[in-house]
Ligand binder design. Sequence first.
Ligand code: ADP
Length: 430
Amino acid sequence: MNQFMNAMNKGLKLGCIADDFTGATDLANNLVRAGMRVVQTIGVPDAPLAADVDAVVVALKSRTIPAAEAIAQSLEALQWLQAQGAQQIYFKYCSTFDSTPDGNIGPVTEALMDALESDFTIATPAFPDNGRTVFKGYLFAGNVLLNESGMQNHPLTPMQDANLVRVMQAQTQRPVGLIDYKTVAQGEAAIRERIAALRAEGVGVAVVDATSNQDLLLLGPALKGMPLVTAGSGVAIGLPANFGLKPSVQASQLPAATGLQAVVSGSCSVATNGQVAHFQSSGRPAFAIHPASLMNGQSDALVLQVLAWAAPHLKEGPVLVYSTAEPEAVKQVQAQLGVAEAGALVEHALAAVARGLVDLGVKQLVVAGGETSGACVQALCMAQLQIGPQIDPGVPWCHAPSAAGGVHIALKSGNFGTEDFFTKAFTVLA
Ligand code: ADP
């Protein structure tokens, strides 16, 4: 089996471990746009890679679980990636550096360094094109410091300090240093010189400044050969060139799209509400699922009703099935059912709808909502997704292979995408 795996994937260059699902897609999307063919896996696969690619992103859900569990899962991902022949490892976290003083960014970084016998790595969530800049070690979200951006009130990972050297040091045994903007601006040789100086001082992890995407491109060459890179998704734009790869249409090529088209939306964010309204105003058929109609064991019957409604419409073009609602309506349902219960009830029903739609012949499926996407991907038993062309920033089409020719699927987290996303997506694929 091992021989087979190595033979299949001798071209695997970058092995990535992402601490959440939509973050994994964001990273995969950046790598594709910089010229890599990429597969994203849902968790650590128990099978070899289904395609010959340049990079794999293993999507974990390890951001806020206990540190010991996050370490165990990350090391398992590392072992699988090493077995596939990955030449460099990339640990991907959120561009707002979400973590508590206990981690998990620091503990996972150090566990990966130990496993790779590496004495130095970098850490930077910078992605200037997306409004995340690091200056003198301080992280800005848009025009304000991280701790003034709203992130100071995050329910799980409140960020009350924007100084990443301090934040990282609080959760790391090894000394933490800084590669500042002046050094980065001078390019590869200066960055390598600074790395050598920091290493000589015993520094194990260096936060890196970047105030423009150009800085990330200058940083890239200096990371060539570093066993472990830790970053948000931004640093990825500078890495494919280290392996001799350039942006190309081939990197995002997926099998030709066939079959029927549908959208399933469980996101209640502002952008998604606008996208649902836009889809309806374009005259396309849409079915609203009200959580109340799923209660008392009525879910299965409603799913069958939705599918019976969809079947004739599908032949005419894309249909939308949604639970998307305005905040007031969502609050009412949550007060009645409880937040988690309402979420689980709706996710379960939408996932069953997604599976039913695929059984009806849908092979181009858009799913809106991070949690909703997770539920649908699970219900559809999708373990490996090949990443294709971008629809809007951060949202690519993906392809899940199967004996029946596979399904094209786009997973849109809440606030992503323009208003016409639900119709535009299908034209991108055509
Ligand atoms: P987003 O990416 O916008 O955060 P998610 O899918 O991650 O979207 O989260 C939306 C959550 O809200 C899901 O758990 C979903 O099941 C739940 N939900 C969807 N529609 C409703 C509704 N009408 N009332 C209450 N909860 C809902």
